[in-house]
Design a protein. Sequence first.
Length: 155
Amino acid sequence: MIRPCILIAALAATGPVHAADAASMNDIVELGQERWTPNTSVPPGMDMMMIYGHPTKPGPFIFRARVPAGYRLPPHVHPDARVVTVIKGTYYSAAGEDFDESKLRAFPAGSFYSTPANVPHFAATRDEEVIIQEMGFGPGSGIQYVHPQDDPRPH
């Protein structure tokens, strides 16, 4: 009997749920309405589009990245776990502190993988443009490069 009482008390403490608290239909990104912008946290060439939330704010976030053919993303970490879904093309990724082409694993369109928080990893594309969707949980400090010389941002 104690557990149901605790649950009832917890639900009562949260107050009533209103329709306005539910997800807004304004969060929908329709095909053809994408707004790609340059991703200035990574080497030039990758564009991104925020889908939901934002990495600097509390809660979940989702973004898409459009990655050109022949792109290399140097070893880096994120303060939160990430889940990547490949939407178009084949994305190559691996864990490690140094970029090693031989360790890259192919993730074709439709596949996904996860990277735990603070685990160094790197990625690349080969002969085609790739689009990925990445999900994480903020707030975080974004991307931190394993080797400071790989960081394209002004210091």
